[in-house]
Design a protein around this ligand. Structure first.
Ligand SMILES: [Zn+2]
Length: 143
């Protein structure tokens, strides 16, 4: 046992990282048991039907479609630019803001509606040397 072993830590609580080699990272959603509306992360109340505490935790799809995107030329210190920021919609109806990797950060490269898949990447280390892991999306070949 080594108490200072490096860990991989998700940057947001709704990102689940694999614990075994045959597992894949995924995002956690909350699905309303009453109306079926699904949200990213944990929720206590449904915006659609106003039910409270009626959610099931589900694993969201790791593939979705790109709705819109833009090329970001100015960002917070330490964030590389230019990069692509987009909005992805998952089959469960969840919309999420995310960065798109794997293509040049230029307008006209991507098409709205094209298929993208989630991947994780280490974005930095914390003060204890743990790896902070974020999710991004990249285009699916032939998608
Ligand atoms: Zn509901």
């Amino acid at each position: 046992m080594n108490g200072k072993e490096k860990r991989r830590v998700p940057i947001v609580p709704y990102l689940r990282l694999p614990e075994a080699p045959d597992e894949k990272a995924y995002l956690v959603g909350s699905r309303c048991r009453v109306c079926g509306e699904t949200y990213l992360g944990q929720r206590t109340a449904c915006l659609k039907c106003h039910s409270v505490d009626s959610f099931d935790e589900i694993a969201l799809s790791t593939r979705g479609r790109l709705l819109v995107y833009t090329v970001v030329h100015q960002s917070a210190p330490g964030v590389p630019v230019p990069h692509i920021a987009g909005i992805v919609v998952l089959p469960e109806g969840v919309h999420l803001r995310t960065n798109i990797i794997g293509v040049p950060a230029e307008l006209g490269i991507l098409q709205a509606g094209s298929q993208v898949e989630m991947v994780t990447q280490v974005v930095r280390e914390d003060s204890e040397g743990n790896e902070i892991v974020a999710y991004v999306f990249r285009p699916v070949e032939g998608g």
